[in-house]
Design a protein around this ligand. Structure first.
Ligand code: FCB
Length: 471
């Protein structure tokens, strides 16, 4: 199946028409995105695409357990098969290359590569070796995330991210991976979106492992960040040539009115979404405002932890999706006040490219040591359908154009942004929303696993082709 050529038959950039839409999509001549060293790629994550959850010694992860529980995931979907990428990886790499994408951000499934005693699982490791070697052969820059939420269930059984020991187990895992994969990885990201792991996983229970307690969220966050900090020197020692960083999701919060209370609410929203992660990483301290919002949730922090967590980074990955309009909740917090009449995606998320620009410019002012930035995820879900063999994802085309412009504006305002990864290469298992929400620039028919390149991907491919052709 891995060589199923029909799966990529529609992935040819030659199918791109030279119509008006293409001209509208192409960034203006003065855009920073024309720079050849601005990396343009696509991203995925292991549990969302691989499937093959029982194969070659893979152990269960917290997402296998969570998605099997009734009511946790829309339509009862699970990642058991997903995009069957574990078997179709070769054709998927060909598809990525045929689109001319220059970078690929993938994640490794921890439960695939280590057994419960911490010994390597060579069959699982070989899968990633083959994949990364092929990407290198194709000249694609590789960004590898070590933890995109699929914690081995046996570690959750011992407390998961509430147990400090998980941070040390993560460092062991980072050690194994960087010894085994050194030379095939251009950039390592320790964690994807610790906010989601800590808050959605342990704070409100919307994600695996499904626990809901404010104190759990802050303690889980501390152990996640500690895991990151412990892993960074290990990665540096084992794979000195690669870049090392972390990926954070960021949220724009705007105030519903000019009142001091609503302004404060918007500030607290951004503290909770951004400073909670970025302050410890870049300032070595948690923002005190967080504990005004969530009184009594200070995590247990041991001597030296904050130094470990704030080890210098080579890059910071930023994932951005939408803005939230908030008002004071009348106490010490905020409440969402959804705006009427604004453009939204299939997720209900507001399309707000200025939020990305404004946050990046703000971080550049707030954090003097802000590392070079990669936009490691940006994109949108739409209810895409294949009609006569084509997918016209017009809203996504417009979304991408506007977010490319926001990135360019931030660069021109002085932010060091080196690249951008589309979320996602292909439709996949969208966590609690299962397969209904389609984020891909390539459509996946889950009944046949057929991939169909969407119009948005054709236009990105056309732009990259033009960029490569420039003198
Ligand atoms: C991010 C996740 C990614 C995907 C997008 C839509 O929070 O990192 O896996 O689900 O949202």
């Amino acid at each position: 199946m891995a060589n199923d050529a029909s799966a990529v038959s529609e992935a040819r950039p030659s199918a791109v028409p030279n119509g008006a839409l293409a001209d509208l999509f192409t960034p203006p001549a003065d855009s920073s995105l024309w720079r050849k060293n601005f990396l343009l790629g696509a991203a995925t994550a292991s549990y969302q695409i691989e499937g093959a959850v029982d194969e070659d010694g893979r152990l269960p992860s917290i997402w296998d357990t969570f998605s099997a529980k009734p009511g946790k995931v829309l339509a009862g979907d699970t990642g058991a098969v997903a995009c069957d990428h574990y078997h179709r990886w070769e054709a998927d790499v060909d598809m990525l290359a045929s689109l001319g994408l220059e970078g690929y951000r993938l994640s490794i499934a921890w439960p695939r590569v280590m057994d419960a005693a911490g010994a390597p699982n060579h069959k699982g490791l070989d899968f990633y070796k083959r994949l990364l070697n092929r990407l290198k052969e194709k000249g694609i820059t590789t960004f590898v995330t070590l933890y995109h939420w699929d914690l081995p269930q046996h570690l959750e059984d011992r407390g998961g991210w509430l147990n400090r020991d998980t941070a040390y187990r993560f460092a062991d895992y980072a050690d194994l991976m960087s010894r085994e994969l050194a030379g095939t990885v251009d950039a390592w990201a320790t964690l994807n979106e610790p906010w989601c792991s800590a808050y959605l996983g342990y704070g409100n229970g919307h994600h695996a492992p499904g626990l809901a307690d404010g104190r759990f969220a802050t303690q889980a966050m501390h152990h996640l960040l500690l895991a990151h900090g412990l892993a960074i020197p290990v990665l540096r020692a084992n794979d000195p040539a690669s870049q090392k960083g972390i990926v954070a999701n960021i949220g724009r919060g705007t105030a519903n009115s000019d009142s001091a209370a609503d302004q404060r609410a918007a500030h607290l929203f951004e503290v909770q979404h951004n400073a909670w992660i970025l302050d410890p990483l870049l300032k070595g301290a948690y923002p005190q405002d967080l504990f005004e919002l969530w009184p009594g949730t200070e995590p247990l922090v041991l001597d030296g932890d904050m130094q470990t967590i704030s080890a210098p980074l080579d890059f910071l990955g930023i994932n951005y999706y939408f803005r939230t309009n908030v008002a004071s909740d009348g106490a010490h917090g905020f409440r969402d006040v959804p705006l009427e009449g604004v453009e939204r995606t299939q997720m209900g998320w507001e399309v707000h490219p200025d939020g990305l620009r404004d946050l990046l410019i703000g971080f550049n002012r707030t954090y003097r040591n802000l590392p070079p930035i990669y936009i490691t995820e940006n994109g949108m879900a739409s209810d895409d359908k294949v009609i006569d063999g084509r997918v016209d994802d017009t809203q996504r085309i417009s979304f991408l154009k506007r977010h490319f412009a926001a990135v360019d504006q931030a660069i021109k305002a002085g932010v060091d942004i080196r690249g951008y990864f589309l979320w996602s290469l292909m439709d996949n298992f969208e966590w609690a929303f299962g397969y209904e929400r389609r984020f891909g620039v390539v459509h996946v028919d889950y009944s046949t696993q057929k991939r169909t390149v969407k119009r948005s991907a054709e236009l990105v491919a056309k732009f990259l082709k033009e960029r490569r052709a420039q003198a």
